[in-house]
Write a protein that binds this ligand. Sequence first.
Ligand SMILES: Cc1cc2nc3c(=O)[nH]c(=O)nc-3n(C[C@H](O)[C@H](O)[C@H](O)COP(=O)(O)O)c2cc1C
Length: 346
Amino acid sequence: MNFTTDYIIGLSPMDGITDEAFRLVQTKIAKPDLMFTEFVSAEGISRGGIKLYDTLLFSPEECPIIGQLFGKDPESFYKSAIILCELGFDGVDINMGCPAKTVTQHGSGAALIANPKLALQIIESTKKGIEDWYTGKTKISELDLNKKTLDVIKRNQKYSQINNRRSTIENRPSISVKTRLGTTESTVDTWIPKLLAQDLDFLTIHGRTLKQAYAGVANWEEIKKVVNMAKNTKTKIFGNGDIQNRQQGIEYCQKYGVNGVLIGRAASGNPWCFNNHTASPKERFSAMLLHSQLFETTFPSRQFDSLRKHFLLYTKNLSYAKSLRMKLIRLNSVKELLSLEDEFQS
Ligand SMILES: Cc1cc2nc3c(=O)[nH]c(=O)nc-3n(C[C@H](O)[C@H](O)[C@H](O)COP(=O)(O)O)c2cc1C
């Protein structure tokens, strides 16, 4: 992956938020230097979970984009890495940071911090998948995927215009991990060297523990420790946690020595955080409209009401929005949204 900026200010993956419609709006308004898909189950996509492939749709203008996997079965990561490469992703990221019980109770996500042996097997399998795909040693046709899965892979490739991109992909897709400081307390001194020994292209560290989930403030001093540990390795370090906008991201890169930062929650309802612009109510309305239209065309079978959480975020801090927000949480279509246009004062 080649970047044109000194510091990489990327969009953090957020399940249920950063889907294809969200990322397209983000790209059109203020493009991050790097983006990720929401996490997707390695076991699910390698065993033919057709619906999950919607999570892996991306448009060429979003690149560079990385597909993120979660799970606990190394063999599924091998297959899924090949699938993500075949779909045209610039890299494969492994989730070792999700604190959700539904994920950790099965030993995936941040639970892997407490099971480094399995975590390292997963990284090795993923690396091997990328390498075998890149060298042509293993082809997608050799993965025992059923016809429905092969067809949906073709659909995604067509959507992402992968044939036009192939000639521009010179590098091996990257391998990376996104993790936290530890489980109940920071264990960066023991956890991070194990990851760094894996020759990752980059490592994202969210400055909280699994126990903290999203509470409290991110500990950037611990992130700085990770930067120092990585000094003589090839691994780039991205910091993550509580960054509000590109400007602050650059300041944190300079202050803590990270190669980049990922911005998550601050981008929800505020794509302008990537160009430090304060959006007017009219601009917010235009973004909501674009988001809804892209959502309807990309995911025609999904319920419109899943957009309501985004509407509330787009109108966050609008002083007069209380009554408007009551209407927004009842919207069922783009047409209904259009009827509210005049309520967005300029
Ligand atoms: C609703 C939600 C969904 C998330 N889903 C993912 C995910 O799929 N993969 C992941 O690595 N992190 C996920 N995260 C964590 C974020 O990527 C990020 O690490 C965290 O929110 C801290 O960064 P922030 O303070 O900039 O939001 C999620 C966070 C939220 C709030």
